[in-house]
Write a new protein. Sequence first.
Length: 284
Amino acid sequence: MPELPEVETTRSGIESVAHKQRLSSMLIRQRQLRWPVPEELPDAVLGHQLISINRRGKYLLLEFDPGHLIVHLGMSGSIRAVEPDSLWRTHDHIQWLFDNQTCLRLHDPRRFGAVLWHPRESGPILEHPLLQKLGVEPLEDDFTPETLLSAFKRKKTNIKQALLEGKTVVGVGNIYASESLFLARINPELPACELTWQQAVRLHKAIRDTLQNALDSGGSTLRDYVNATGEPGAYFELHAAVYEKEGHPCRICGTAIRRIVQGARATYFCPKCQPLKRKRPSQG
């Protein structure tokens, strides 16, 4: 599924071809996505300039004078640049055409994505219910080891699930959680509340390094982002240490990588490099 680096690659790609351009047309072939596409679209945005393209977590925020389009790629979505007269593919649902002839299409086979409208009179975009409770951005300065320790100190759920919630730090999806925990040498079944300071320092660095490496490897334009089916991108085809490596030898110790299921999601780890080390109960 598209995760933070793929969404950021999409954001920067849109910015490179459509920033400050005026929207000539918006065609909607399928309104039934995760939530119905609002009836006021496309009328609300037609003829308006795309002022900015931002990202919050996995949400793309396309700002026009009257308000923001909130776009989520769901489990299998992508936005790609195409020629305006190119044939529509199966599962192409929405098209945006700008006055410079940039044509963008939303492709979403599972239809778990979303295109929503937040008019300016509804208030600041970051106060939208989908955005206001999101955690900190992992590549910004306010994400620290203390962020993890403070948020997890009362969480009895496993560390992998705590990362996926997105309430502490955003963008660490299923793939990146497995990879980051491996890099930090933390067992995915460790209760979040038992995270130590040393582990938090390692995990903080691992998350930032993993996401930044994926961003650096993922290309910077919509045409470079070729995984329009939402499958893992080239970064994981080339660099994944544990994700989808069940039975393969660990690149560090040679132990076979294990696969378990946590919260209906697959988790991959090395049982030797990531032993389950529990905090000792305090005495007294």
